[in-house]
Design a protein around this ligand. Sequence first.
Ligand SMILES: Nc1nc2c(ncn2[C@@H]2O[C@H](COP(=O)(O)OP(=O)(O)O)[C@@H](O)[C@H]2O)c(=O)[nH]1
Ligand SMILES: [Mg+2]
Length: 373
Amino acid sequence: MTGLLRRWLGGGTSPEPESAKPKAKEYLARVQAKIAKLAEDFAAGTINRAQFQELYSHYQREIRTIEQMIEAGQGDWQSAVTEGQSVMIRKRNLARAEGYAVYENESGMPLATLGSFQIDSALLVPMLSSYRAATAEIFGAGMRSTAIEGGRWLCFVPGQHTTLMALFTVEVAPKQMEALEHIHRVFESANRHRLASPPVDPTGLIFPHEYTLKVVIAGDGNVGKTSLVRRYCEGKFESSRVMTIGVDFQTKVVALPGRAVKLSIWDVAGQERFQSFRAGFYRGSRAVALVFDVTNTESFAHLARWREEIAKAAKGARFVVVGNKLDLPRVQPQDLAGRFAADLGAPHVGTSAATGDGVPEMFEALARLAAGE
Ligand SMILES: Nc1nc2c(ncn2[C@@H]2O[C@H](COP(=O)(O)OP(=O)(O)O)[C@@H](O)[C@H]2O)c(=O)[nH]1
Ligand SMILES: [Mg+2]
């Protein structure tokens, strides 16, 4: 309890209306309880330092503001209350996994990367080997994490055959690190036969994920749906492609904060003539990308119809609005798309399947929505 608060709760000569006082007192006590809970959360490792620090100062600020308003005799202290903001602070400071990389201990070579693991290998390789030398000495030292350039954090999870490295946007909370350790343990045990007989063929490995979530890529024909999926799943782009007939689907493990989920990505043909059997494909989807082509206003105008058709078949599906072909001169005004997305409560992402810009963001948004984050 702060000195100010104690002074205030202890009585004193506050000039505010008597009725406001017990309520304010009650509210301040609730904030104090939240601070106590915050300390518990940090001690339990469920939040990181940035989350603790900012939430703590948020609560302190709130207490101080209310106290000052009460002292000044302002009855409307409730207007200063910002409940709900703490959720935003927690979210803003949550460490998000940008990507994972699995290195083979024996050869020091990368076996696989998931998500975007953009880190200079001139930095990485010496770090990895000095890290491995250190853990060999301090047996059982377990996982480590370290700050790297740009405020990002790199986590190391040593295993028998491989080392998992995970790149996070900010410092991770201990619980997230535990989750990583768990993922890696499952990875090593599931792949132990392949890992034990080098050279390891990375294509034969399986990557643990929590569950498979179905997502759908919808929108008119020719907006670039198939190209976006190809770019994300196969890392390539072909400028001339045969139009999609019917439906295609691919799966891909996506890195989310401290965990991985597998998306099964359904690419629905945009052609009107297939509408009769489209409904079936929407069923069970958790998140949907409504894709339009920024050089084609009609493709944007049709999104409302796509949304309606999908909402009927997949109740509760969430949406992300995607403007593709950003590498070309834009015709569809950006603010209209932004407003359309905001009305749906949907994120709005700009992409280019041709250059790859925005593509990971699009699929991560889908994964987060599908996972219910
Ligand atoms: N310049 C450019 N062309 C694209 C992009 N995405 C797709 N295309 C092209 O647009 C056409 C239609 O793409 P496709 O993926 O088949 O569209 P879909 O019918 O929605 O699946 C193809 O010729 C692609 O090469 C992009 O981001 N930029
Ligand atoms: Mg297609």
